[in-house]
Design a protein. Structure first.
Lengths: 506, 326
């Protein structure tokens, strides 16, 4: 009850016209920077920090929270329409979202992303209100061994995106894993595969690779086919609203995505990519239409988008209750807290209830504002696809190149982007799927770090992965995810004369 | 395109700030530095970025410089930013923010440019390193750690920031003082921040090292216990004993400062040196130090240069001892 009273007080703070204005400004800026690849919420908050100095802390944080959520929303738009993910949390969305857009179902993809984000954001904010301390306790149980097991679990996602040929899929995965090795090894400080180029010391940016493979590779491919096959791209086929079937195929993924996103977002090394991978995998395994995955399944947009937004709320749990920043944006928000002389942590709820509860209330309001802002925009966004083909392709290439440059203001990133883009084009020509590469690039380095840390702490004893109950449980789930479909396929194969190999056909 | 937008935005902010300053009638334009660029060789949000933006804020408020821009060039412990700073031909004055981590990174990354090619201008702040354990750990003093470490070096997992960074260097210095090969330290590098904090709060590592302030809320909240701090004397209002008090004669400060370009003219250097001196002495700067929990370690250009020379040789030796540089 106390929480509800505190929360209603928070709404009273957030709903003043003055704070409402800052919330609106925040979500608008957030959506804009989410749409533009390269500029993330962290940079925006950093730039705005000196400007907001004269503002009331409560108003400033209401705006910052709006920017954070808004960026999550906006990130999906470029993913779906241009196949150019603006941030790593929306990479998975691009796989099926862009396929939907090409079939004239871009409006539905954007709508399921927007509504899914709204529902996930709202539910996760409710969870943040009530179970944040519990989440944080759970998060602390995660040591390197547990993280490694979680990465292994996420790595099984690869089985859902392998494509028609096992060997091609694995080749793509290993290419991604190799790319992930580039840079300074965190544990020893030694450089790997950098070829004496200092700009490569920090590794290759995931977004650069995703944009290179998805946007550049894909655009080069369709452009090269332009004269021979005229693939029809529809801006909008039929209604721009989601059909009854769309709704019934979306609502469960939204909820499951939220369930995955919030707790993993609360993990200090969880991040936003892992829940989106897991959501994709879960949806494909549970779907009645697994064959549509990769070709525009609405579940594959609904689930990961919900997971992405829920993880954003999850990140706020350790920030508010422990003062632990678990993402770049959370780190800059921590700096913002300190600018106002506030120290997040267990005492913040007691010392500054107006601020904390006002901010939590503004998250509810922000979600609502975002839905209001984004749904009407859907019709306008899909008009992008009406642009004459050559212009659109040129536009995508320019847009992707600019985005990659602004990530680090670094010319080497451009070279990497275009090399990867050309490789992506080659992969498309040879029918090698690109998604496993991205999965390998993101998860490989994370898994390696945690694996080595776990072994360093256990002084080289590999049993640590099996003696920790949480780690063991995660590894068993991962093993089941790989083995069960194979077993099902084999038994089904025995019963039916013609085996329907659903997983390998997609 | 967006880059340009942000520039315009930033100019607008700057213009607004300048207009504000003029309106207040603050104008001692005599020693004003025009079009100052501050390079933060790190991503937004990190320590160097926060320093650059704090310097920007105070210089602007005091009207010591105009048109100040912060440029982020992140990467490789600051060595990417350093390399661009050294090679770029600048028309307007340009300063690079840096610190102890950069000294180590130059060595471990085999950086083609070093601090020989820049001019130390001012040391600004420092942070003393704390060694902390979870409250329920049996370890209560530095002696407990050292006893465990001497008995079985691998059994103590030392958590801290990146390999070759300040935390690992201090661990190496401590090991050497107690006559154990620093290469035997079981150092667990993390990306710092939340990752390190959750590893130590969850009891996954034996101890964690980092700036005292980072741990302060958890120490006050009773979740972590600080067993030693690397300052020469106990920190004000803090009971934690120093390394020296516990028989390990080491003083260690993770400092941050600013550098000017290598080819800076003597007259320009003097002007910049005076500007930083005025800033460091201002109540506005002291206020920011208090807010952020940074400790004032201001040294003007000449003192800083002498300090840096000594610091660099110590760090290089320690990194070799740790086996990170061969």
């Amino acid at each position: 009850m106390e929480i509800l009273i505190a929360l209603s007080h928070g709404f009273a703070v957030a709903l003043t016209p003055y704070n409402l204005m800052w919330a609106t400004l925040g979500v608008t800026i957030g959506t804009a920077i989410g749409v533009l690849p390269g500029i993330g919420p962290a940079l925006t908050v950093a730039l705005l920090l000196p400007v907001t100095y004269s503002l009331e802390p409560t108003s400033a944080f209401i705006m910052f929270a709006g920017i954070y959520y808004g960026a999550m929303y906006g990130g999906s738009t470029t993913s779906i329409l241009l196949n150019a993910p603006g941030e790593s949390g929306s990479i998975v969305t691009a796989i099926d979202g862009h396929a939907m857009a090409r079939q004239g179902r871009g409006a539905q993809a954007l709508a399921t992303a927007a509504i899914g984000s709204f529902i996930a954001g709202t539910l996760a904010t409710v969870a943040l209100t009530f179970v944040a301390p519990l989440m944080v306790k759970m998060a602390l149980l995660f040591g390197p061994a547990e993280y490694f097991a979680l990465m292994v679990l996420a790595l099984t996602t690869v089985t859902a995106v392998l494509g028609s040929s096992l060997s091609r899929g694995l080749a793509s995965l290993f290419f991604g894993l190799a790319l992930g090795l580039v840079g300074i090894d965190l544990q020893t400080g030694q450089a790997r595969l950098t070829f004496g180029i200092p700009e490569l010391l920090d590794g290759i940016d995931t977004v650069v690779v995703a944009v290179g493979l998805f946007a550049i590779g894909e655009t080069l491919f369709v452009a090269s086919r332009h004269r021979y096959e005229t693939e029809e791209i529809f801006a909008l086929k039929g209604s721009k609203w989601m059909s009854r079937e769309d709704w019934s195929r979306s609502w469960k993924p939204w909820l499951r995505g939220t369930l995955l996103g919030f707790p993993i977002g609360a993990l200090p090394a969880g991040g936003s990519e892992i829940p989106t991978f897991l959501s994709y995998l879960v949806e494909k395994r549970l779907s009645k239409h697994p064959e549509e995955f990769g070709k525009g399944a609405i579940e594959a947009v609904a689930g990961p988008e919900a997971a992405n937004n829920a993880s954003a709320a999850g990140t706020l749990a350790p920030l508010l209750s422990l003062g632990l920043p678990t993402s770049a944006t959370a780190a800059i928000m921590l700096a913002a807290f300190q600018q106002y002389g506030l120290q997040p942590g267990p005492t913040l709820f007691d010392t500054n209830p107006d601020l904390v509860w006002g901010m939590i209330a503004s998250l509810y309001i922000g979600n609502f504002l975002l839905l209001l802002l984004n749904l009407p925009l859907v019709g306008i966004w899909v008009k992008l696809l009406v642009i004459p083909r050559p212009w659109l392709y040129a536009g995508i290439l320019v847009f992707a190149t600019l985005g990659a440059y602004t990530l680090n203001n670094n010319v080497i990133d451009l070279v990497v982007l275009w090399i990867i883009g050309v490789i992506g084009f080659g992969m498309r020509v040879l029918d090698v799927p690109v998604a496993p590469c991205v999965v390998g690039l993101i998860l490989g380095p994370l898994a390696e770090q945690q694996f080595r840390r776990a072994l360093a702490i256990s002084q080289g004893d590999p049993m640590v992965f099996f003696t920790h109950p949480l780690s063991l449980a995660l590894l068993v789930i991962a093993a089941l995810l790989v083995i069960v479909p194979v077993v099902i396929r084999m038994t089904r194969g025995r019963r039916e004369p013609e085996p329907v190999n659903s997983d390998l056909k997609t | 395109m967006r880059h340009a937008n942000f520039r315009t935005l930033r100019h607008a902010f700057t213009a607004a700030a300048v207009a504000g300053a003029l309106a207040l009638g603050a104008s001692h334009a005599s020693a004003q530095v025009k079009g100052l660029e501050l390079i933060a060789p790190a991503s937004p949000g990190g320590g160097w970025d926060q320093h650059a933006r704090a310097v920007q804020q105070v210089l602007q408020k005091l009207d010591l410089a105009t048109g100040i821009q912060v440029v982020n060039i992140p990467g490789a412990g600051g060595t990417i930013g350093l390399a661009q700073f050294v090679t770029a031909k600048k028309r307007s004055p340009s300063l690079l923010v840096g610190g102890q981590i950069m000294v180590g990174a130059i060595v471990t990354n085999k950086s083609p440019v070093t601090l020989d090619q820049v001019t130390p201008l001012a040391r600004l702040t420092g942070e003393y390193t704390a060694i902390v354990v979870p409250t329920d750990s049996p370890i209560t003093s530095l002696q407990d750690i050292l006893a465990k470490f001497k008995a079985d070096p691998g059994s103590v997992s030392w958590g801290g920031g990146s390999a070759g960074g300040s935390d690992q260097i201090l661990a190496g210095l401590i090991a050497k003082k107690v006559d154990i090969d620093p290469a035997k330290i079981n150092y667990v590098a993390t990306a710092g921040g939340g990752e390190l904090m959750s590893s130590i709060l969850g009891g996954h590592i034996t101890l964690a090292m980092g700036g005292y302030n980072e741990f302060a809320p958890q120490i006050e909240g009773g979740k972590l216990r600080a067993v030693a701090v690397s300052s020469p004397e106990r920190l004000p209002g803090v009971q934690t004993p120093t390394l020296k008090e516990q028989g390990v004669d080491i003083e260690f400060v993770n400092w941050r400062g600013v550098f000017a370009q290598g080819a800076v003219k003597a007259s320009d250097k003097k002007q910049l040196d005076e500007m930083m001196g005025k800033m460091a002495a201002s109540p506005e700067w002291k206020e920011i130090l208090k807010q952020r929990g940074w400790i004032d370690q201001y040294q003007p250009a000449d003192e800083f240069a002498a300090f840096l020379k000594n610091e660099r040789s110590q760090i290089e030796v320690t990194l070799t001892d740790l086996g990170l540089v061969k």
